[in-house]
Design a protein around this ligand. Structure first.
Ligand code: HEC
Ligand code: HEC
Ligand code: HEC
Ligand code: HEC
Ligand code: HEC
Ligand code: HEC
Ligand code: HEC
Length: 401
């Protein structure tokens, strides 16, 4: 892959003045302060960089009839101590907290908590997700040595009622009662699934239309079994469901069965019929800026995704299948981008953000973190974000020395 001259040129050009106001934060004014001034990060001693596990999480808007995906976002953060000779990944001695200042509740915005028992056999407390996390709380250490809050049940509706698929989380790091670092990161979520483009029987809801088609074509009786959890029969790694023997994966079934149906709708981007979407534009990153479309990476499109020989959520694109650059390594062998680590054993997402949101992006909210950390958007390429001084040695992008 050729060099991106514009991005390169900016590296080193941006001087990062660390603007400190730890006193104010320790006094508990953190969220308000951040709300007022969105470009500040704390800390001469520590830095925290946060990211969502997926570039976009989809969920149902209404759970009364069917559920493909519940509200479930996984926010992660890498904490780095800058006080030693080399940057050190912090795995203990701190408390890492998250809150979504403009989006603090969910149970009054969607009916998931009314149907959780019927759908999943668990009766969750309001505003608590399937990973046990609420809309604010503490993050736990992950196997990859970053911090994570698994399954935050966020919706795309802010407390003000405004729809925003890119709500911001505030992540802060406490040490001995003082905030030593903080950042803001997008927790992307959308319920823009446009099944109604085709499932549009005017006499019934979109979900009922879908369930009736399923019953007619496959001899099931889903219309009388509402609310229906698709993954109770179709295996789905996204929700950890093994499904039932002989029934295809949900993703395989959906893409395979719909592949031949898409042409009739004559859409500019057929993936946006079900993925978010024509309004949300979840593919918003450096790649869309370079005119790459879904199928440039998801080679084979609908038919490829529906191939019964493929394992959904595991056989996904890799950076290394396109990018070859001398001295660079990309995904760790046998791992996906979202669990791989590179330079200094940092998560790839620490510097690049999530797939479909590889910075710089066209959504201002995704660029805030890099702006605050180094004064320009894009990959974290300013050494002194983590190192006390710019190292003399060249930048080892790879994990292995
Ligand atoms: C481009 C048009 C189109 C879109 C968009 C679409 N469908 Fe369909 N879907 C169809 C058609 C056509 C059928 C077949 C209807 C029939 O034969 O009665 C169908 C059938 C189905 C079936 C029955 C099982 C089968 O054999 O396929 C399910 C379930 C289904 N769709 C779910 C969905 C969901 C969920 C969405 C949105 C996430 C969606 N569809 C979006 C066109 C579409
Ligand atoms: C009670 C079990 C059950 C549930 C629940 C269920 N399905 Fe199915 N589904 C099946 C069976 C059985 C088939 C037929 C599989 C086959 O022919 O190989 C099927 C087929 C399909 C197909 C067509 C696959 C193909 O290759 O033609 C789609 C699409 C589909 N289901 C989507 C859904 C969606 C979406 C939901 C949730 C709204 C759902 N299913 C819920 C059992 C179920
Ligand atoms: C007719 C609806 C529909 C269309 C059109 C569609 N998808 Fe999907 N897709 C789904 C559903 C539903 C899921 C979620 C399945 C789950 O929960 O695992 C999904 C999941 C996925 C996944 C994750 C699971 C996996 O198989 O790895 C990928 C990747 C994906 N879609 C890519 C695409 C791309 C690329 C396109 C356009 C070529 C596309 N989809 C078009 C319905 C659709
Ligand atoms: C530059 C390449 C690229 C483009 C363009 C791209 N994807 Fe992906 N996609 C990926 C990678 C890489 C992954 C898996 C990463 C991982 O899980 O580690 C992925 C995973 C997914 C998933 C699984 C859930 C998730 O977010 O990880 C879905 C759904 C998906 N893509 C849909 C789409 C759709 C729809 C489009 C177009 C609107 C698209 N992708 C465009 C590279 C791409
Ligand atoms: C289908 C091939 C393809 C895949 C898969 C892909 N990229 Fe790219 N990427 C490109 C192209 C083409 C560009 C445009 C700029 C260029 O030509 O270098 C680009 C540009 C970039 C840039 C801008 C910097 C530069 O050197 O130009 C970054 C950073 C980047 N990609 C990261 C990633 C990451 C991270 C992944 C995996 C999550 C990924 N890419 C997956 C094709 C791909
Ligand atoms: C410490 C921050 C950091 C980490 C961690 C990191 N990268 Fe990078 N990455 C960079 C920088 C800086 C560049 C160079 C961007 C440029 O040339 O403008 C880059 C470039 C890339 C490119 C574009 C290469 C090209 O074609 O020019 C890809 C793809 C990429 N990284 C993927 C990954 C993957 C996969 C991981 C995890 C295994 C990872 N990165 C970890 C900072 C990082
Ligand atoms: C996001 C944080 C981050 C950024 C940005 C970053 N590094 Fe690092 N770097 C680390 C971590 C963590 C280590 C691992 C230190 C260790 O293992 O003790 C490391 C290690 C190194 C090492 C190995 C020697 C040592 O100090 O342990 C070199 C050389 C290095 N980085 C150079 C660079 C250069 C040059 C840049 C800027 C282009 C850069 N780094 C940007 C976090 C970062």
């Amino acid at each position: 892959m050729g060099a991106n001259v514009a991005l390169r040129a900016r590296r080193g050009g941006g001087t990062w003045a660390r603007r400190l106001w730890i006193a104010g934060l320790a006094a508990g004014a953190g969220a308000a302060l951040i709300g007022a001034r969105r470009f500040e990060m704390a800390g001469p001693t520590h830095v925290v960089l946060a990211y969502n596990e997926l570039g976009m999480h989809c969920m149902q808007e209404d759970f009364s009839e069917m559920m493909i995906l519940p509200p479930f976002n996984t926010l992660r953060a890498q904490v780095i101590d800058r006080t030693h000779g080399s940057p050190e990944i912090v795995t203990e001695g701190v408390t890492v907290r998250y809150i979504l200042p403009d989006n603090t509740r969910s149970a009054d915005k969607c009916n998931f908590w009314t149907y959780d028992l019927a759908l999943l056999g668990v009766d969750l407390p309001a505003d608590v997700g399937l990973g046990g996390k609420g809309m604010a709380g503490t993050m736990s250490l992950s196997p990859e040595r970053d911090w994570q809050a698994v399954g935050i049940p966020v919706t795309p509706i802010e407390d003000s009622g405004r729809e925003n698929p890119y709500p911001l989380a505030l992540v802060s790091v406490d040490q001995n009662g003082a905030v030593v670092a903080q950042t803001q990161a997008v927790v992307p979520v959308s319920w823009e699934m446009s099944c109604n483009i085709c499932h549009d029987d005017p006499n019934v809801s979109t979900a009922t239309d879908i369930l009736m088609d399923h019953d007619r074509l496959h001899g099931t009786n889903l219309v009388n079994a509402k609310p229906v959890f698709c993954a109770s029969c179709h295996a789905d790694p996204a929700v950890g469901s093994p499904g039932q023997p002989g029934i295809p994966y949900l993703s395989t079934a959906m893409h395979g069965a719909h592949a031949s149906r898409m042409a009739s709708a004559n859409l500019e981007n057929e993936c946006y019929a079900c993925h978010p979407g024509f309004r949300t534009s979840c593919q918003r990153d450096i790649h869309s800026a370079n005119s790459l479309s879904c199928n440039d990476c998801h080679v084979g499109g609908m038919t490829g995704l529906g191939d019964p020989g493929r394992t959904p959520w595991a056989d996904v694109p890799s950076c290394g299948s396109c990018h070859t650059r001398a001295g660079f390594e990309f995904e760790e062998p046998g791992k996906l981008f979202r669990t791989s680590r590179g330079h200094g054993k940092l998560m790839c997402m620490t510097c690049h953000n999530s797939p479909h949101a590889i910075t710089p992006t066209s959504t201002p909210a995704d660029n805030l973190q890099a702006m605050a950390a180094q004064g320009h958007p894009g990959v974290i390429n300013t050494c002194t974000v983590c190192h006390q001084t710019t190292p003399d040695d060249p930048f080892p992008h790879r994990l292995t020395e």
